[in-house]
Design a protein. Sequence first.
Length: 347
Amino acid sequence: MAVRNLSLGFDFLRLEAGFGIPFSVLPYAETDSYGWVFVVGLANTVLVAILGIVTATVLGFVIGIARLSPNWAVSNAALLYIEAFRNLPLLLHVLIWYNVVIRALPPARQAISLGEMAFLSNRGVFLPWISTGLSACALCLVAIVLVAGIAVILYRSRRRREATGEGLASTRLTALWIAAVLATLFLMTHASVHFEVPRLRGFNFVGGIALSPELAALVIALATYNASFIGELVRGAIEAVDRGQREAALSLGLDRMKTLRLVVIPQAVRLLVPPLTNQYLHLLKASSLATVIGYPDIVNVFVGATLNQTGRAIEIMGMTMAAFLMLSLGITGLSNLYNRHMRIVGR
């Protein structure tokens, strides 16, 4: 660095970025600093990770359970999905969903309508949304309060069940807690709540929430690819539960779905959490493929555009590595907390 007359420091983060970001969860303008570019890119990465993890988990559980279906067609359809999706490179998934599927959709005026509520076009996916008029920070605070309250209710219910054999009415208490928090919020802020449905105005849709083509393609690719692995993890965890557990449940008069939901899956989850965490970490790190299709994640806008303009490779790479490390450790920490929560008492 001394030979090349380069200095080491983070003073560049206060400089004006001067370039635009086509899609951002947080408000952004070209006059914002490189430090805010880092935050915006990180928020976009977190958005992809959350959407991908939720979608892949739901789809993976459905596929894993379908693999064990006694119906020949359902079981083999799930097997075909797994073998077809997990044996293709993830980069190819991203390119196919973006170039072949999303970009091949009709323009906004001829968009594919899903019950006049959602619309698919080459400009993205347009979905209905509940508008509150609150800022993003306020919504995040409300979400944290709701999640914390629900976690406390579930924890106390579990502890009481272990002590007395009878748990709290957690479903009813959770519904009351959500209603109380929302009512208090809207009474204090006088926020207006209304349901927005996308409507065509001119050459594009207005209202609701819009997912850019890049975001939609990336989330679908990550979800469908990782769901094929999660499906096999779910199948393996279910089959690892002792067969006598199923037979005991069936002998008590439970049907197959109740046996899965009440007896088998709760035991399988204890075996499923560690490998499922590894899959979540893979999905998070694979989100960096967003730069291939131009989605403005942290790698695209910070490692790409910011590095090209400032030349601060060591600082930018170090910050990006630290961001991914903290996100990965966060996922691992939440997984460990859940693992301890599901641990059998006395072991």
